[in-house]
Design a protein around this ligand. Structure first.
Ligand SMILES: C[S@@+](CC[C@H](N)C(=O)[O-])C[C@H]1O[C@@H](n2cnc3c(N)ncnc32)[C@H](O)[C@@H]1O
Length: 288
């Protein structure tokens, strides 16, 4: 059978995904082609012609993506920092914008040795495992209250430990529990938190509404309930000079800033935007 130009197969995939309303059709078509070929997306120009079987396999994945199944559920992984984590049904897919929160945290740690780090609402374990990879000297704690998320986090934690990273300490727990991690009071250098933060009345794209667990996305109090718990925990856990970063919805910069400002022990409160310029996370430091 005759080989075909990959470029044309990707163009056709892009057209189908565009018609299906996928937000970044070209990028997704290229990432799916790279997945089928087992190469990096940047290496696609090195593959001018492909076998008909490759075109068929790409077509099947594009059909799934056109049904608005998340790209990462099709490929089975998502990137965070310098690592990837496995994802699929039942666990939140880490988003590229969360990399910015991670970078802020790693910058804060750069002047510290043997830091203690806590990842609240860890989901797949993404933030905790990315920190453990970047900072082999860190003691990293991670918590979630969902058994399916914890199973994904355990699988990812085992894979990272097998790859040579220091194991993280993974806990089943609820961040609304006032005594969570009480043994770490005043000892933590960095608290990271990407909690559920979407208001329950908000309409979301099918990738999120139908595939991210509702428990990972929505929160009471207009989306702020779990953020309030994270602020309380951070105020208690951080050591003087330690820092907290909390991700939030793009219309929540002001309320989250206010919640952090209301804590006398927190200062240097700052809001940060994502790559699209939307307000995305707020940071603060423990005074003293
Ligand atoms: C938006 S996801 C974030 C996952 C991960 N941090 C990331 O960035 O990919 C929020 C996570 O919070 C967890 N969660 C929801 N309510 C919680 C609670 N009260 N205590 C602990 N974890 C909770 C959910 O199970 C979900 O895994």
């Amino acid at each position: 059978m005759r080989r075909q130009p990959l470029r044309l197969a990707v163009l056709e995939a892009t057209r189908i995904l565009e018609d299906a309303g996928v937000e970044s059709p070209r990028t997704d078509a290229e990432l799916l082609a790279a997945h089928v070929l087992g190469v990096e997306r940047t290496e696609l120009p090195l593959v001018p012609l492909v076998d008909p079987q490759v075109v068929d396999a790409l077509g099947q994945l594009v059909t799934q993506r056109a049904k608005r199944i998340p790209l990462q559920h099709i490929t089975g992984w998502a990137a965070i920092g310098a690592i990837t984590v496995d994802v699929g049904p039942g666990v939140f897919v880490p988003r590229p914008e969360t990399d910015l929160l991670l970078s802020w945290g790693l910058d804060l740690l750069s002047a510290r040795e043997f830091p203690v780090v806590v990842d609240l609402c860890t989901g797949s374990g993404a933030l905790a495992l990315a920190v453990a990879h970047a900072r082999p000297d860190a003691q990293v704690y991670a918590v979630d209250n969902d058994t399916t998320a914890l199973a994904w986090a355990r699988r990812n934690a085992d894979a990272r430990a097998s790859a040579g990273d220091n194991p993280i300490r993974l806990y089943s727990g609820d961040i609304t529990d006032g005594r969570l991690f009480v043994e770490l009071d005043g000892l933590v250098d960095l608290v990271l938190c990407n909690p559920p933060y979407v208001s329950r009345n908000k309409t979301l794209p099918p990738e999120v509404a139908d595939h991210d667990p509702g428990h990972a996305v929505f929160a009471d109090d207009g989306g702020l309930a779990l953020i309030k718990s994270a602020v309380s925990l951070a105020a208690r856990l951080l050591k003087p000079g330690g820092g907290v970063a909390i991700e939030h919805d793009d219309d929540h910069a002001q309320p989250v800033t206010t919640l952090l400002s209301q804590r006398k022990v927190l200062s240097e409160i700052a809001d940060h935007t994502d790559l699209a310029g939307r307000p995305r996370f707020v940071t603060a430091r423990r005074t003293g």
